[in-house]
Design a protein around this ligand. Structure first.
Ligand SMILES: Cc1ncc(COP(=O)(O)O)c(C=O)c1O
Length: 399
């Protein structure tokens, strides 16, 4: 595949208001018009280059959207105050009362809770299906289905979605394929594989400094304009807008994303291999025994590797807790949710980031109580990290 997302980021050129190398931050919620007629035209969406009100759009947010659209190879993008602030308006924009969504069953707990508990009150139902089976995904489609929803690399079991296969199914049935690409920025380019809409929680790898929440929807001009429409746009009307100061700081962090993703992947691969040699059964897409290892290789932008996330089962929740507390004490990382930080982050998703998923459903999908999800950091000396991790594991009796 010849798509080069990091080149697209590198090639964007911005000049600040006074010739600064960074674009100026727009520090206004509202904008003046010299002619009243221009205000009316802007309201109606007929005037390019005019700003109305920052919930609709602002120069800094548009800059950030532009860089993310370039990264995903879409015409446009709309940034939001959080990843959920990107996911929920997208699905509400695409579906009306009576519609149906076919979703992967292994998705972020918040998205699962939205689909399972929240959106049914607007008459939108979801079937949760095993994403590793295209047959099962297609079989779940009904006359009412409008959307296929998945994560390219799923949270927390690291199952890989066959985006090309799903795209064929979506096209055959006239559906939109929406992919949350939060776990694999740069590594996987879903639109190039046939997805219609790509979503990120910017909170994670893309911003990379665990100092803010943020999100983005990358899609066609038509869809992004519909989200922002003053009369019926879900982003405009629900209002999860990112602040310009934050947009400017996220934009600056994206410039090092390619370097960080390579290091996250290199470190995760090293630990996955070493911990397997030590005797653990590691879930990591880079390992040959991962069920979708070959599939991943048909989809990824190779230079960014297999990602920074890995998981394994510590046996029981008690063991997982004991190990995580000890690892934090030894300064190997933080016992915290979220991902994409310079330090390793770990948590037990069954009781943490996936706790919204009922226990019996967790069991069905293979999400065991003792599962620990790691977001591997940017450690310069990963050999030292491995030695220290192994000694913690020996101490708690996992090795
Ligand atoms: C895969 C994935 N998508 C979406 C979200 C939601 O993002 P945010 O917390 O920025 O709203 C998360 C958060 O953990 C996530 O892991």
């Amino acid at each position: 595949m010849s798509f080069k997302p990091a080149n697209n980021i590198q090639d964007l050129q911005y000049f600040g208001e006074f010739g600064g190398v960074n674009p100026s931050i727009s520090d206004s919620s509202t904008y003046t018009f010299l002619a009243a007629k221009s205000m009316m035209d802007t309201f109606e969406g007929n005037l390019e280059g005019c700003y109305l009100y920052s919930r609709h759009s602002s120069p800094t947010n548009l800059y950030l959207g532009q860089i993310l659209a370039a990264m995903e190879g879409t015409e446009s993008a709309n940034v939001s105050a959080s990843g959920m602030g990107a996911i929920t308006p997208t699905l509400m924009q695409l579906c009306n009362a009576g519609d149906h969504i076919v979703s992967s069953r292994t998705i972020y707990g918040g998205t699962y809770a939205f689909l399972k508990n929240f959106i049914p009150k607007f008459g939108i139902e979801t079937s949760f299906v095993d994403i590793t089976s295209l047959e099962k995904m297609e079989a779940a489609i009904t006359k009412k289905t409008k959307v296929i929803y998945c994560e390219s690399v799923s949270n927390p079991l690291l199952e890989i979605a066959d985006i090309k296969g799903l795209s064929k199914i979506a096209k055959k049935h006239g559906l939109k394929l929406v992919v949350d690409n939060t776990f694999s920025p740069l590594q996987i380019s879903p639109v190039k594989l046939g997805a219609d809409i790509v979503i990120h929680s910017l909170t994670k790898f893309i911003n990379g400094s665990s100092d803010t929440v943020g999100g983005v929807v990358c899609a066609s001009n038509e869809f992004i304009d519909s989200l922002r429409n003053v009369n019926d746009g879900a982003s405009m009307l629900l209002g999860p807008v990112m602040d310009s100061l934050r947009a400017s700081s996220v934009l600056k962090n994206i410039r090092t994303l390619h370097i960080r993703m390579k290091k996250h992947s290199e470190n995760a691969m090293y630990l996955a291999e070493k911990l397997e040699e030590d005797g653990l059964k590691i879930i990591y897409p880079g390992l040959e025994h991962h069920p979708q290892h070959e599939l991943y290789k048909t989809m990824y932008n190779k230079e960014y590797g297999f990602g920074g996330m890995l998981s394994f089962d510590a046996g029981t929740l008690e063991k997982a807790d004991e190990l995580m507390e000890l690892m934090q004490k030894r300064n190997l990382g933080y016992l915290a949710v979220s991902l994409g930080f310079y330090k390793t982050l770990f948590n037990a998703p069954g009781t943490g980031t996936s706790s919204e998923i009922p226990h019996d459903e967790q069991e069905k999908m293979g999400l065991t109580d003792g599962l620990i999800r790691f977001s591997i950091g940017l450690d310069n000396d990963i050999e030292r990290t491995h030695q220290e991790m192994r000694s913690c594991m020996k101490e708690v009796g996992i090795l």
